[in-house]
Design a protein around this ligand. Structure first.
Ligand code: GLU
Length: 429
């Protein structure tokens, strides 16, 4: 593959208008009905219990002040404090943040963590901001939401385009406000500041373990299995590396600018070395293809690991694989999920497959609360165990109710939310 420096512009899959909240609600309703819960359960869970919208003034490097818009949604705190990442992205909307918070609640229910779900977001383009501007924005966000977050209230973490450095600035700001050290306020921190070993790679490891369980079940040997990963950020890149090391054939990867495809398998270690901090790599190659083309290439396992809605009514009929594993949040629209099911393509849902991140965040929080730190092997073994029990529970639920894994995952998540809410007297059924 020859390196070529071209200035490509953002390559987008044909997306519909973001519909995450309506999609979350529709599937929630379907699952609540299958479980014969009263409609009150749906009415209560369809939106966050608390939603905060904030304006964050940030002094930019050019001396001007820019006002950024940010959000924090806390879906349900019956099972414990709420938990979920903060994303920095130009396309963030209040509806999307609300849906993502709901999905976090379901994820915590499926993996049996003592949390409800939350999510935060700031409308910004971190790729166009300096390091100093990002620091001021991160600190400003914490000042704006400090009343409603905290180690036993709501615990943030990284999400799209946020990382351990941003968590470190946020922790520092929080510590200043509270005037004491509170490492368990936020997870995904650098290890030197109380972060957990293995947190950085946790989501990709969780997806990997899920993929291995699916392959085992389908009697698909991992060696030479052809995998396409859409997205080369934190999740996609580590996942590609693990799969490559295990002998799978990673035949396609992509980033926001385009995709790379080679039917003989890509040189993943080389790509890992060549990407920038946002996971961008395709602009360096002459033979880049578009994200849409990549999604439709034939493979055994397709893993959307970037943004939501990339598999939708425009391309669902052309998806050419046996298994889709959702590593991103909400990458397949409801319509597409049904189309894939008709074509007997197995879909492993996001709220199960990508739960490794929040699972290790939970481990990080436990370690911070105890002041006792685990080895990477311990973290990894416990993550594997959690992914295995969650996978098996969702699989059994799917069989029991005769539903697909998406609905089964919702059923499991809802069960925990409904029961904890009922026990607190918030729901009567
Ligand atoms: N942002 C990640 C997710 O969507 C991780 C959340 C967390 O660690 O709290 O699951």
């Amino acid at each position: 593959m020859s390196i070529h420096s071209i200035n490509q512009k953002k390559d987008e899959v044909q997306l519909e208008k973001d519909n995450s909240l309506a999609e979350f609600q529709e599937t929630l309703k379907e699952a609540v009905e299958i479980m014969n819960y009263p409609s009150q359960v749906y009415e209560f869970l369809k939106k966050p219990m608390r939603f905060l919208e904030v304006s964050i003034p940030v002094k930019m490097d050019n001396g001007q002040v820019e006002i950024f818009e940010g959000y924090r949604a806390q879906h349900n705190d019956a099972a414990g404090p709420t938990k979920g990442g903060i994303r920095f992205h130009p396309d963030v909307t209040p509806e999307e943040v609300k849906a993502l918070a709901g999905w976090m609640s379901l994820k915590c229910g499926i993996t049996e963590l003592p949390y409800g779900g939350a999510k935060g977001g700031i409308i910004c383009d971190p790729r166009k901001m300096s390091f100093d501007e990002l620091e001021r924005l991160s600190r400003g966000y914490v000042r704006a939401v400090s009343q409603i977050v905290g180690p036993t209230k709501d615990i943030p973490a990284p999400d799209m385009y946020t990382n351990s450095q941003i968590m470190a600035w946020m922790l520092d700001e929080y510590d200043h406000i509270r005037e004491f050290d509170s490492p368990s306020f936020i997870t995904g921190k650098p290890v030197a500041l109380g972060g957990s070993k293995g947190r950085e790679t946790a989501t990709s490891k969780g997806v990997l373990y899920t993929l291995q369980m699916v392959c085992e079940q389908r009697k698909l040997p991992l060696k030479d299995t052809r995998v396409i990963i859409q997205g080369f950020g934190n999740v996609g890149s580590y996942l590609a590396q693990y799969l490559y090391e295990l002998g799978a054939k990673v035949i396609g990867i992509s980033d926001v600018l385009g995709g790379l495809y080679d039917e003989n398998g890509l040189d993943v270690p080389y790509l890992m070395e060549s990407r920038d901090s946002f996971g961008i790599i395709s602009n360096r190659f002459q033979n880049a293809i578009s994200n849409s083309e990549l999604l439709e290439k034939e493979c055994d396992i397709l893993i959307p690991a970037a943004i939501s809605g990339v598999i939708n009514k425009h391309n669902a009929a052309k998806i050419n694989c046996q298994i889709v594993i959702e590593a991103a949040n909400g990458p397949t629209t409801k319509e597409a999920i049904n189309l894939l099911a008709e074509r007997k393509i197995l879909l492993v849902p996001d709220i199960l497959a990508n739960a490794g991140g929040v699972v290790v965040s939970y481990f990080e929080w436990c370690q911070n609360n105890q002041g006792y730190y685990w080895t990477e092997e311990e973290v990894d073994a416990r993550l594997k165990e959690k992914m295995a029990s969650s996978f098996s529970n969702v699989y059994t639920t799917a069989k029991k109710y005769g539903v697909n894994m998406k609905i089964a995952a919702y059923i499991m998540g809802i069960q925990k939310l409904a029961e904890t809410s009922r026990l607190r007297g918030w729901l009567k059924y």
